[in-house]
Design a protein around this ligand. Sequence first.
Ligand SMILES: [Zn+2]
Length: 330
Amino acid sequence: MSSVDTVRGPVALDALGQTLAHEHILFTDSEFARFYPELAWGGERSAVVDDVVQKLQAVRDRGIDSVLDCTAILHGRDMDFLKEVNDRVDLNIIVSTGIYTFDYLPHHIASTSRFTNSSDDILTRMFLRDLTVGVGNSGVRAQSIKVAVDKAGFTPNIERIFRAAGKASAETGAPITVHTHPADRQSAKALEILTGEGADVRTIVVGHSGDTTDLDYLREIIDAGAIVGSDRFGLYLIPGTASEEERIDALVTLAGEGRAHRIVLSHDVVLYSDWSEPGALDKVEALKSWVPTRISDIILPALRAKGLPEAEIEKMMVTAPASLFVNIAR
Ligand SMILES: [Zn+2]
């Protein structure tokens, strides 16, 4: 039986069940957390653990079985935190490697590979270490690679990152989730670079695609063989992005065309972050919908109300996310 690694150990691919394909359990800058812990944790770290456990338990209570945590280098991954949380919530948590940046690279990455040939890029080596040995000394292997391209487009640094991700994916079979800025229709270029390095297009998620109402663009992603990430349910305050209603209608249309098996759903929610003062986001009215239970409580019932058959929902919640791991499962 082929299985994927999770924080708690291997899980059979066909046991992943309902899966949220793009969430973030924790963002904390490690230097910030190390030297200003009271600021990073907004008080006691243990209170943050309790809060995150509660939020994940709510997800579990809705019947979600697995979460792909797309937190990457520069997001501040914290495996001890994940283990502590996962000890208390019965969920499969799959972790990622990759790097979250729209251009910037830390000096040790920007400089290290300058005098070596590109096949020896330090980024590839970092990704491969996470995928084959494990993240840090946690013993938990990352099973997915996260990269990003945003409004700045494919700068030399971003292209370098994509090439490193493509190579690491080709070597390990790891899927890739790409943060994109869909208004700029970056899918074709992203897929070209990643597959050019040997990545399997079938295991690439073009993330945040659900933000656009351009159905032709979404069809283009699926027809190229990749996966559409309609992965920001609940987050509607970014100007120019689709409303909840438009996102739901897009899913109904695409599923009606036989494309549901190439769509994954998620919230891109961050359960705890040091990017804002503790509790500050909870007070923003427009973010009240941005909770990891939005899909279970609101979106799936809305899809059913619009007549979408259960089998189509299962393709987006179970089959498509599991299919990401076909090449890395062992
Ligand atoms: Zn994300």
